[in-house]
Design a protein around this ligand. Sequence first.
Ligand code: DX5
Ligand code: ZN
Length: 225
Amino acid sequence: MSPIIAPSILAADFARLGEDIRTVDQAGADWIHVDVMDGHFVPNITFGPGLVADVRPYSDKLFDVHLMIAPADPYLEAFAKAGADLITVHAEAGPHVHRSLQTIRGLGKKAGLALNPGTPAEALVPVVDLVDLVLVMTVNPGFGGQSFIRPMADKIRQVRAILDGRDVHVEVDGGIAPDTAPIAAGAGADVLVAGSSIFKGGAANYAGNIAAIRAAAQGQTGAAA
Ligand code: DX5
Ligand code: ZN
């Protein structure tokens, strides 16, 4: 089965972000992954709902908004109105993740739960019926271009076991490239986020970069043990 490939626009050219989103959409992206960072929950700052609203018209693909912010609750409605289709909050971002997931669904959006590398899969258990997606971070969030943390493959398997056959996406984010995509997909991830490995080499390479990750995940090329 073909994975969902979600380019992370963190690695795009922010000076021409709308055009870059359009180009990566036409190059074969399935979803658009949007990394929101606050300089507090993670040690980097990106952008807020205003920018998401401005770039929304550049693609009809699902906007997968990954909130690396704390608190998240005061901003959920703004991101929903900005055009997010799926909003993911971190389990570590505050004491009320159950409420956050309920709020996202109440806004009519799909809800995701993100787990940092140091957070056990069991954090999913109390909210398992409130999620449409579980994001297993395969790097510590904050920056693109980091190395895939291999033991996270075990966590992907644990998450799939907790989901117990539910129709919920398992997404991986961080260090995904043709050599690591097969590890994540083989463990049970069906949504692959990739920033630097898709946007490298400029617009002429986006389609080839996406195709290489897709083919590797499907076991055709580039597979690593
Ligand atoms: C990390 C972000 C990722 C990041 C991935 O905090 O959530 O989406 O852009 O970047 P790469 O694919 O370069 O590891
Ligand atoms: Zn992300």
